[in-house]
Design a protein around this ligand. Structure first.
Ligand SMILES: C[S@@+](CC[C@H](N)C(=O)[O-])C[C@H]1O[C@@H](n2cnc3c(N)ncnc32)[C@H](O)[C@@H]1O
Length: 436
């Protein structure tokens, strides 16, 4: 059987003899549609996933060099509540990548790069599901982002739960999975995207303490397109209570690892002749997954299903390895010294610093964002293990935050006006200011 690799055409040669990038070969010459203006100016302290900090805001202006009338390209987008953002990890430094990486959640253990969201990958492309706050002219305003200021954005696509969120063929009950309330674990620092809104609820932010099944919680679980917003919320509110327990309805069961066998097939190039056996094995795999359901805790390190009520009342279902759901450490308690509280007040409108936040609407929101960032423990594994006593710094909006970490907590010591404030008006100019 001829694999795709064999069919790959040669890159057409330019008159100079150099190979030219061509779509057929997968060599895409990208042109950013815009550069993100983000409340995070550096990698340090930037959330690892968009779900960590709900208030993290950004703006993307579509460049006129892409479309003469950028606003035309955004027509209709305002009807969606969430968008996928495809971007370049432009601050990766030297473009090195390894087949195995050590994600922070594995606390030093290695796993294949493609099973992680590591920024260090063969093509330094990131994918973030962001909340769409508004569309104004040729600009989109986003929140819940994990990208730094100046990030080149390649594309925007609407998030459509019906397409983007896997659903089980049958309701969860038919998968023979029983929800066990007592065995549920808090997904305190999940790195997933679609299933992790509960992180916001756990992050200690204002509304975070709302109980399961609240409006906030429901919204997280919903595809809230403008058209269907109210109806969908009502639909979910009417869903059986058991579907809404514990936010995303994480099921207290683990799947015994039947992955390795099935996955080998997917790693190969799959051609028509392989299709039947691939499908057969796929069926086998799902069958064995069903059969391999075991109570959570009895098999450490196994995947476990995570399901929630979809917009149509059907159950969406996905499986992730346990390490994605389980934080290496529980989420941290965040506290501010009286000095830091005072510093924060100085940055408030009318405060001594005579400045005001650019992305946050209030001092409370800024405080909430700082709490969310720290409660998810933004330190690298190296820092966590070997530089425990070191001070940790990060900048969010105009606040430069100094803190330290102790056992189970992070304490904010000082908040100063960020010294290098980047002018946000023109992204391309901002890039120059950033030295990119
Ligand atoms: C783990 S990645 C995940 C990004 C995206 N959600 C994904 O799954 O592809 C998020 C981290 O990438 C880093 N980061 C964000 N923007 C970046 C950029 N433009 N260049 C390099 N690193 C970036 C920050 O340290 C942030 O914590």
């Amino acid at each position: 059987m001829r694999g795709v690799a064999e069919r790959r055409p040669c890159a057409p040669a330019a008159p100079c003899g150099c190979a030219q990038p061509a779509l057929e070969t997968g060599n895409l010459l990208t042109e950013p549609i815009g550069y993100l203006e983000s409340c995070f100016s550096a990698k340090n302290g930037t959330p690892r996933q968009p779900s960590i900090c709900r208030n993290s805001r950004a703006c993307l202006k579509i460049r006129k060099s892409i479309f003469n009338n950028p606003e035309h390209s955004l027509m209709g987008l305002e009807q969606f509540s969430h968008v996928w953002i495809l971007f370049v990890f432009h601050k990766n430094g030297h473009l090195s990548y390894k087949a195995k990486v050590q994600p922070p959640r594995l606390n030093g253990a290695k796993t294949g790069v493609f099973s992680t969201r590591s920024p260090h990958r063969p093509n330094a492309i990131g994918l973030t599901l962001a909340r769409l706050e508004k569309v104004e002219g040729g600009a989109v305003y986003l929140s819940g982002i994990d990208m730094i200021h100046g990030t080149p954005v390649l594309d925007i696509k609407p998030y459509i739960a019906d397409y983007d969120s896997p659903r089980s063929e049958e309701p969860l009950g038919a998968l023979n999975v029983q929800s066990n309330h007592h065995q549920l674990r808090p997904a305190s620092q999940s790195d997933g995207t679609a299933d992790t809104c509960d992180q916001r609820l756990l992050s200690g932010c204002g509304k975070a303490q709302q109980g399961p099944g609240t409006e906030e919680n429901l919204q997280c679980l919903e595809d809230r397109t403008a058209e269907g917003n109210s109806q969908k919320s009502r639909d979910s509110a009417e869903a059986p209570h058991t579907l809404l327990e514990d936010g995303e309805r994480t099921v207290g069961l683990a799947l015994e690892s039947s992955r390795s066998d099935g996955m080998g097939v997917a790693e190969e190039q799959v051609g028509p002749q392989d299709l039947k056996s691939f499908l057969d094995e796929g069926t086998e795999r799902s069958r064995s997954m069903d059969l391999a359901l075991v109570p959570q805790g009895s098999s450490a390190g196994t995947p476990w299903p995570s399901c929630h009520a979809g917009t149509t009342g059907r159950v969406t279902c996905s499986v992730v390895p346990t390490w994605v759901k389980e934080a290496p450490a529980a989420s941290l308690h965040v506290r501010f010294t009286p000095h830091a509280e005072l510093d924060l007040r100085k940055l408030s409108p009318g405060g001594a610093a005579q400045v005001s936040f650019r992305y946050f609407e209030s001092t409370e929101e800024a405080k909430c964002a700082i709490e969310a960032v720290l409660s998810a423990d933004p330190r690298s594994v190296y820092r966590r293990k070997l530089c425990q006593d070191r001070l940790f710094f990060f900048t969010v909006d105009i606040a430069h935050v100094t803190c330290w970490f102790g056992d189970g907590f992070a304490e904010v010591l000082r908040i100063k006006l960020a010294s290098e404030l980047v002018e946000m008006t023109d992204p391309e100019e901002s890039l120059v200011a950033l030295g990119s």
